[in-house]
Design a protein around this ligand. Sequence first.
Ligand SMILES: *[C@@H]1O[C@H](CO)[C@@H](O)[C@H](O)[C@H]1NC(C)=O
Ligand SMILES: *[C@@H]1O[C@H](CO)[C@@H](O)[C@H](O)[C@H]1NC(C)=O
Length: 657
Amino acid sequence: MFWKNALLSLASIAWVAGCAASNLRITEDLFSFGGVNFPQLQYLAPSYRDKIIRKVVESNARVIRLFIKGDAQHSDPEPTLGEFDKDMLDRIDDTLAQIYHISKGTVKVIIVPHDAHSLRGTDDSPCDAYCKELEGYFLDFYSVEKYRDLYKTRLEVLFNHYPSRNFGGRSWSELSEVIMGVDVQNQPWANIHPIVAGEAWLCIMATYLKDTLGLGKSNIAVITGGISGPQSLTRNQNFPDSALDCPAVDIIGIHGYFAQKEDFTATAGTPWAQLLLPGNTLTARAHKQNKLLLVEEWSYQNTPLGLTYKKQAIFDQANALNHRGIPWLYSHITFLDNEGTTSQISIERDPDIAAIGALQNALTRAATSRSYFNWTTYMDAPPPSLLSNHTLIPMNPYIPDRSSCLIGCEGFLCDSADSCAPSLMCKNSICQVPSESQPGKIADSCNSKKPCLSHLRCGKDGTCQECRARATIPPEDFRRKVVFNNPHGKFGQCELDIKDPFNELEICVAPPASPYIPSSSSATQEEVEKALEKYPSNPCTNPTHCSANEYCSWGSCVPCSSLPPSSSPSSPFVEGCLGSPCTSSQRCKTGLCSVHGTCDYPAKPRKLSTGGKQYDTWKSRKGAGYGKGKGSGPNKVWDVPVRVKIPEEEVKATGTA
Ligand SMILES: *[C@@H]1O[C@H](CO)[C@@H](O)[C@H](O)[C@H]1NC(C)=O
Ligand SMILES: *[C@@H]1O[C@H](CO)[C@@H](O)[C@H](O)[C@H]1NC(C)=O
């Protein structure tokens, strides 16, 4: 394969660099951030906990997610239903105070008041008092009034009754200086999707937290906590209508565990770049309904490729999330030295060697990444001068040399037409195999009216020609860390076209006159826009052939930035382009106005069910006892109590925490 052969060694590296201005780059002056899940942090001895928290803060994490639950050595703070162990809450309170003081208020906490896995004793969560009472019928927790009342009492004790011993006796619901948000629960309905009973529970509890217990008054966010457990790429586990339509929900917490593809057709970050595409159904709807998106849990998943790829997979995922401007929390950090093949990352290991180094690198980049979402209600904004002006996507410095593909491979992030292998195209910032219907592929017929993909040439025989990647300036210093972590190095810049007598293929066409804008560029917005004017365009016959920030006009993809901005001030999406508000499909240059009132790619509905028996949204369940007149407002959800006992072994355990 051409691509592999080209990468014989770092010295003879021939690859395509980002030679044009990046596409889908976020320019809003809004910040993103990174953080970590740290279960059991509260159980450490205070002095050791102090040392560990210092390390987390130094890693540039801005959020730590804490779990209120028992472990093998400690009981849940509610050992008997309705009775609370103050000592367990004091430990959390002490941890809050330490985080607040050590970070000088720059790091905040998300509190998980209960873990749905404790209802069944799954996923390393001991069976708690609720679990013992439920005797396996754990869905009763959501649908039976008695358990709702018990859970409300728990929340009330935690957030209203408990007087903070470190914050002057105030209740936790007032501590917005250190508490950024509260989950309704960790992974409600854990691993059950679609939700089979008690769906109204979500909005009832969110409203209880926000309004009754006063989190809303203090600007502490109410978070959904990863409904139904792991998010898949094609379904809506974490963002059912009941969450997006509930006014008390502030943040949709997404939990996803994606692995690198063993055949190197996707990195672990590719699904994140796809799921969180600006303007797609999820992100556009979140904007429209005033919800923030937070990837509250993601992690490394071991594959047969082995642990050599752990750091790559960590950086790839964070890099994709940073590029999409979605804040994230790694799941999870530990102080124990027992990473093994698990997703855990030990903060005590040497960052020059171990996975913690890749995570710290990613956290540092997250702290200066930009976002389409405005987080200032819940987090202090970093100074605007710190927000990254990167126009190129950072390269992954952790790809093992032995990997069969290092640069511009399928599934890699890309920032320009020629930053992917010649046979691929850069669409939606992902290097991908052109779809069957994509015009202008290698070997497709072409002429002056029927152009090739922008990096390809139309040959004399009237077909789009194969080509070879442009060479780039090799690094002066071959140590990987030096090469990849130096934003000022010329390494990777495009060489002038040099004839290679040993290679008959012509060099791929460079985008016309597009300047190289280095990663650490101080290029102004104006300069970037000027570069975009000469943006190399791909041919298209419909909008799906173009990226999210383009539309298809007279056979070629045209950047949306050439259009006037959206008339809706709250929408970052350009009028008529993907994600912008719409009332009819005629207004959408993408061809489709979705049922949620945003322009969408045509005819690619999210797959809502697999197999005949399953169903997903409340709408599709109208037949199943759904009453007329319940179909509006946040309570338009199915809420018929049913007793379902689901054997544990039928439910796949997730990546903990
Ligand atoms: C973000 O929200 C804050 C508070 O609502 C507001 O003051 C600020 O102007 C917003 N920032 C931007 C860039 O929209
Ligand atoms: C990004 O550009 C702006 C405007 O030119 C500048 O004020 C800011 O300091 C730059 N940020 C960084 C991190 O260089």
